[in-house]
Design a protein around this ligand. Structure first.
Ligand code: MRU
Length: 341
């Protein structure tokens, strides 16, 4: 039941990525031989999804150390380039900080740094598998689940977060069905989640984002599970644009609303969601999706990549350390202290 594809893999001195800009049309790979290639791949969304970005950043810092060849200043400049390649997913900063701390401890020994980068990837896969076990408790037999964006093996170092939980429920024979939002404007749901769902043989239906409200109102959805790009100390969740709207509809109609993420997505230092930097992306993503002009070029565009869901709208946050439920601030603090819930 493991995937036979890897979103990211380090081999022969380079980071090899599935080019997620091209799926599902073709399965092609993009090779990063330099730290700059890694920064480009993250900002251009060759690779995307908070945990996958974190995994790539680990190798980016390793490549930066190789390139800097002992020059600390050059190393730091390259690391800050990687760090700033996307602003919202905290896994990126988390991985760069972890790697640069390691670099300080080991005197920039590249063999040690490569080991550390591998460890970030292995830990992420293990956290996802654990989350899938823990998340099983929120899915009952015959449940119909709605998800948003892509949180599967493509978005992580392997297996997936929210989609990993959904896949496990399917493989456990729970007879689930899935509705996947297409997730405008980059279509991660249509292009990537649908690709993963079809490969896994999970009964699923793709919907325009705006169809979700009707399905939820009409009692067609048992629960929503989706991912997170940054979770603040009070339990607010930044995730793909459209998440907040879904949470409001779920609250209105009493449908359970879960976010799933490894604890590397928790920003313990940030008190609440209003301080999360929200990435604004290019106008062309909206005006010219897939390269096809769908609106007058002269029109102004507002294109935030993420929105923030207040913790009041969230039923629970599924992590590898247990399900965080209200009071979120107290339970997140317990995780920070090293407890499992
Ligand atoms: O812009 P993206 O595709 O990187 O956004 C991804 C999401 O919002 C995901 O839900 C989140 O990163 C979690 S991925 C396991």
């Amino acid at each position: 039941m493991d995937e036979n594809f890897k979103a990211l893999e380090f081999r022969d001195g380079a980071l090899v990525l599935i080019d997620q800009r091209i799926l599902p049309t073709r399965l092609e790979y993009f090779t990063c031989r330099t730290s700059e290639d890694v920064a480009f791949a993250i900002s251009d969304m060759v690779v995307r999804g908070a945990p996958a970005i974190g995994g790539c950043a680990g190798y980016g810092v390793y490549l930066a150390a190789c390139e800097a060849n002992g020059d600390r200043r050059a190393f730091e400049e390259k690391c800050s380039r990687i760090r700033s390649s996307r602003p919202t997913a905290v896994n990126l900063m988390w991985a760069v900080d972890r790697m640069t701390r390691k670099a300080g401890e080991c005197g920039m020994d590249t063999a040690v740094l490569l080991e550390e980068a591998h460890r970030i990837v292995d830990e992420d896969v293990a956290m996802n598998k654990k989350m899938a076990e823990i998340g099983a408790s929120v899915i009952r037999r015959n449940d119909v689940i709605l998800t948003h964006c892509n949180t599967g093996a493509l978005a992580t170092c392997g297996w997936g977060t929210a989609l990993g939980i959904i896949k496990k429920a399917h493989y456990d024979g729970k007879n689930i069905r899935v509705y996947a939002d297409e997730t405008r404007p980059r279509f991660q749901g249509a292009r990537l989640t649908a690709w993963e769902l079809v490969r896994a043989g999970i009964p699923s239906t793709l919907i325009p984002d705006s169809a979700a409200a009707t399905l939820i109102r009409d009692g067609m959805i048992d629960l929503v599970i989706l991912g997170a790009d940054r979770i603040t100390a009070n339990g607010d969740v930044a995730n793909k644009l459209g998440t907040f709207a879904l949470s409001v509809i779920c609250k209105q109609y009493g449908v359970p609303f879960y976010s799933a993420a490894p604890t590397s997505t928790i920003d313990f230092e940030m008190k609440d969601g209003k301080d999360i930097p929200i990435e604004q992306r290019d106008k062309d993503e909206v005006v010219r999706p897939g390269g096809v002009l769908v609106a007058p070029e002269e029109i102004g565009v507002y294109n935030p990549a993420f929105d923030v869901t207040p913790h009041q709208n969230i039923t629970g946050i599924i992590t590898e350390k247990g399900i965080i439920r209200p009071p979120f601030d107290l339970n997140i603090e317990r995780i920070r202290q090293g407890e499992t819930l």
